[in-house]
Design a protein around this ligand. Structure first.
Ligand code: ATP
Ligand code: FE
Length: 337
């Protein structure tokens, strides 16, 4: 089965070709128009998708060495995400499905992040978590603890009540004057800093849920007070600030995640989403995994942030399951798994 996948939920336009779980191509066009605004501007994102979508799909087929006639189905992200962005991918997928006379398969972007673990590379042995596994899904818009019982059987047992972990990284980076998105910059600077240099209060939230908005605010107030005393405070302490805020975010994430492993008894562990690129989070999971006898799966860097390969693998599982999407489908900006 050959699947052409399209992802356009936020600010990356991506297309991929997957054949029976094996990834043949994965093309991503990043949009740098947003950088100077310090965040994604939805209208600009839609316009950039519009410009990128044809060349990106074209390139994905070319790299995969697959002709359009060989495509069995088109998988596309139908949410969650920005409406204008989703519309570009959805409309393109519909048009192509009509012209090629092949079925459409809609994909939930968040399921995609999780199922990225099942992408196989040509010539490589499969290496993925066994069901049921527990996934820490940490991205720009979501922070969830998910019990994954099967490719299409997922249950959210904890999630953020306000900001996502990625948002916390990005907002803290912004107040330090770092570029957008700030997560990768904090990660890099944190490597040279002391994670215990500054202490920030951790949120007290019931059950397996998260909250990051208070942390962001306390970071902002802390900086405001210090900068009032010393205008160069941020510059002089940047690495320590990055290391400390990263350390705090990871501690918050791990606290509930460990609790979830105890409650469920699941030791097969995966992490997914953009924040799973964070080196501190990766090493913490590996260390905790050794200590707690978990089997830990960490995605390749290329599959952490948004990409169409993850949409393709999810589309593949749904296709096998007989799922097809009709042409009257509309994108949904917020959807549950
Ligand atoms: P969602 O998937 O929830 O709809 P999204 O698609 O915008 O949101 P992703 O692309 O999965 O989110 O992830 C982007 C987020 O990952 C950003 O907040 C970014 O700062 C964060 N991120 C990427 N790399 C790192 C890193 N090395 N350390 C920390 N955060 C990172
Ligand atoms: Fe995403």
């Amino acid at each position: 089965i050959t699947i052409l996948a399209i992802e356009s939920s936020c600010d990356d336009t991506s297309a991929a070709v997957i054949r029976d779980q094996v990834l043949l191509s994965n093309i991503i066009a990043n949009q740098d128009v947003h950088q100077k605004y310090g965040g994604v501007i939805p209208e600009l994102a839609s316009r950039a998708h519009q410009q990128n979508i044809i060349p990106v799909v074209h390139r994905a087929l070319e790299v995969a060495n697959v002709g359009v006639g060989e495509v069995d189905a088109i998988a596309f992200t139908n949410g969650p995400g920005l409406l204008g962005s989703l519309l570009v991918g959805t409309s393109f997928a519909k048009g192509l499905s009509i012209s090629l006379n092949v079925p459409l398969v809609e994909v939930n972007h968040l399921q995609g992040h999780i199922l990225a673990h099942f992408i196989q590379k040509p010539g490589e042995e499969p290496n993925h978590p066994q069901f049921p596994f527990l996934c820490l899904l940490v991205s720009g818009g979501h922070s969830q603890i998910v019990v994954v019982r099967g490719p299409l059987e997922m249950e959210i047992i904890g999630q953020t009540l306000d900001d996502a972990a990625g948002e916390a990284f990005d907002k803290c980076a912004k107040v330090m004057g770092l570029p957008y998105p700030g997560g990768p910059f904090i990660d890099k600077l944190a490597a040279e800093g002391n994670p215990k240099a500054f202490k920030f209060a951790k949120p007290q939230i019931p059950e397996l849920n998260y909250s990051f908005s208070g942390l962001k605010t306390s970071f902002l107030y802390f900086l405001r007070d210090r900068v009032a005393e010393n205008p160069n405070f941020i510059e002089e302490n940047k690495a320590d600030l990055c290391a400390s805020i990263q350390h705090t975010i990871i501690a918050v994430l791990m606290d509930k995640f460990v609790k979830a492993t105890k409650l469920t008894g699941i030791r097969e562990i995966a992490v997914a989403g953009g924040v799973s690129a964070n080196s501190g989070l990766r090493s913490t999971l590996v260390e905790e995994g050794k200590k707690r006898k978990w089997k830990v799966f960490i995605p390749e860097f290329g599959y952490t942030t948004d990409n169409a390969a993850m949409i393709g693998i999810t589309g593949y599982f749904k296709y096998l399951n007989g799922e097809r999407t009709s042409l009257d489908v509309a994108p949904v900006t917020r959807i549950k798994m």
